[in-house]
Design a protein around this ligand. Structure first.
Ligand SMILES: Cc1cc2nc3c(=O)[nH]c(=O)nc-3n(C[C@H](O)[C@H](O)[C@H](O)COP(=O)(O)OP(=O)(O)OC[C@H]3O[C@@H](n4cnc5c(N)ncnc54)[C@H](O)[C@@H]3O)c2cc1C
Length: 516
């Protein structure tokens, strides 16, 4: 065959590089025999970004497909379980203002849309309390599974909180040892062309590394797609204002301190603080807009937040990361595709970055063109798919801001300005004034966040959908009541059988989970 695609070269060994290597190598191993090679070139001098601790439930499937044992991953990456996010002070800014975006779907989600019945049947509970048991599980700090639940299986849907540095090391070992990925520790110093394609990358000590497909995982540098191919960057700072993060690692008070079962996102005057409980420490950070607050003041807000739970903040090591929110105008150019920060980055509000890495790697692996002639078609489709996905993620993140009712700072006021909201999102919101979000509002295969996620955020933030003037049938009313009742029963059952997150993790470290 003319110009077959046999050799894949990934440049960059952060989480994007190693997840991509693992997904592609494990997929090809199963489907294409050994007639291919995956090589990863990683600089020994340029450090990984080192943050990125919140994930999405897709990670379970991603790791499982790579042949990783969940117990090993939990032990080696300081993992804890994540069952959603708690957004504190995002609506009014009051201390008791919060809502949850859990990972469990509303009861009976594929049979009935409970959002339409919540007002009448939810008995004054918050939307997430009325339709699923996970808010209570999180408030009580319980884990999402039992010791007898098999690896990757769940009692309540979950994702992970992980140590990003340890995760890259763990994936490196797995990919090299079990998936036959060739690892070159060297700096790429130049990119070489043939007929417009990249033919090879030159390294400082290991000569030229030739390939048929190059995957740019070089982080914010975007060495291949951005620097070599000059693909322009599209900023979305006019919609999402944050451009700086200050990250810090915080020790627990002691070995028995509670580990939160969810990401805690607490709004500040010009941004928000993430608080992620790992097995051995917390990862905390303040994401803010430098247009609205100085770095010094933002750090002070972070220190004030930490003082509520940590006695000594003087010894902590704070790290500032600047970023331009947005993405490349396209992600696949010629024989090069970018995955991870080299493709773009948005504030880590819903842990969408690693999710995008997973689904990008998956599409590359599954659609991998067999030869060069087919690549431009795959590239076009990849670009269309991911431009749509980035736009929808921007909309979904914006939703968390634009429904705020805060008047205490210009940041929150400006986030409500209609000119900062996309026409697409405006249209959805207009529709949702009259009917609750449903799967019909989303193009299934392409969606990153389902209708349920929109429901949790909308109704968590106090959005009102007018009652359907045609009324709801008695049958659907009764059916909804049954689901609300089922939810209450399930809550009690979970509360009485699930153990605290830390206790569960300690047991997993000691005994391991049952193999799938
Ligand atoms: C503040 C912050 C918080 C975040 N929180 C989350 C979160 O909660 N959840 C989430 O999903 N994501 C989060 N992210 C995003 C997440 O960290 C990244 O998506 C993820 O780590 C992937 O990074 P990467 O591999 O693309 O880049 P990097 O980690 O920067 O890796 C780049 C790699 O390229 C290599 N490289 C660069 N130049 C060369 C060269 N010339 N030659 C050879 N190698 C080279 C480097 O050595 C490195 O190995 C967060 C990001 C930030 C900034």
């Amino acid at each position: 065959m003319e110009n077959p695609i046999k050799s894949i070269v990934i440049v960059g060994g952060g989480t994007a590089g190693w997840i991509t290597a693992g997904v592609i190598a494990s997929t090809l191993k199963k489907s294409a025999g050994s007639n291919y090679s995956v090589t990863l070139v990683e600089s020994p001098d340029i450090p990984n970004v080192g943050v990125g601790e919140g994930t999405w439930p897709t990670m379970r499937n991603t790791l499982n497909k790579m042949g990783i044992r969940e117990t090993d991953f939990i032990e080696k990456c300081n993992v804890s379980f994540k069952q959603g996010a708690k957004f504190s002070q995002w609506v009014t800014g009051d201390k008791d203002d919060f809502y949850y975006h859990p990972l469990v779907l509303p009861q009976g989600f594929h049979n009935i849309n409970l959002a339409a019945h919540w007002g009448e049947g939810g008995n004054n509970k918050s939307f997430s309390q009325a339709v699923c048991p996970q808010e209570e599980i999180c408030e009580l700090g319980l884990g999402p599974k039992k010791m007898v639940t098999a690896e990757y299986a769940a009692v309540a849907n979950y994702a992970y909180h992980l140590d990003a540095g340890k995760f890259s090391e763990f994936l490196t070992n797995h990919c090299v040892e079990y998936l036959n990925v060739k690892h070159i520790l060297d700096n790429v110093v130049s990119v070489n062309n043939k007929d417009g394609d990249i033919s090879s990358v030159s390294t400082k000590h290991n000569g030229d590394v030739a390939g048929d497909l190059f995957i740019d995982c070089t982080g914010f540098k975007s060495l291949l797609l951005g620097e070599h191919f000059n693909v322009p960057f599209k900023s979305c700072k006019d919609q999402l204002f944050s451009d700086t993060a200050i990250a810090v690692q915080v020790p627990y008070q002691d070995d028995n301190s509670e580990i939160a079962s969810h990401t805690i996102s607490t709004a500040q005057s010009a941004g928000w603080i993430w608080d992620i409980g790992l097995f051995n420490r917390r990862g905390v950070g303040h994401v803010f807009s430098s247009q609205y607050i100085s770095e010094e003041k933002a750090k002070q807000e972070l220190v004030d937040y930490l003082k509520e739970s940590c006695t000594n903040t003087d010894d902590l090591n704070f790290r500032t990361i600047n970023f331009n929110p947005g993405h490349r105008e396209k992600f696949w150019e010629k024989n090069c595709v970018a995955v991870g920060l080299s493709a773009g980055f948005l504030e880590p509000l819903e842990a969408s970055a690693l999710l995008l890495v997973e689904i990008s790697a998956q599409m590359i692996a599954e659609q991998l063109p067999t030869h060069r002639r087919a690549m431009d078609i795959v590239a076009k489709r990849f670009n269309e798919t991911f431009l749509y996905r980035w736009d929808r993620i921007i909309d979904f993140l914006k939703l968390h801001y634009m429904l705020n009712k805060r008047s205490d700072s210009q940041f929150w006021i400006d986030h409500r300005a209609p000119e900062t909201v996309s026409d697409y999102l405006k249209e959805q919101l207009e529709l949702w004034k009259y009917q609750v979000p449903s799967d019909h509002d989303f193009e299934h295969a392409l969606e990153v966040f389902p209708a349920a996620s929109y429901q949790y955020v909308l109704y968590g933030m106090g959005f009102k959908t007018n009652a359907n003037p045609r009324g709801l049938s008695d049958t659907s009313y009764r059916e909804a009541q049954n689901y609300f009742d089922k939810n209450e029963k399930q809550k009690q059952e979970f509360i009485s059988t699930l153990m605290p997150n830390r206790e569960l993790l300690k047991k997993i470290h000691r005994y391991g989970l049952q193999k799938v």
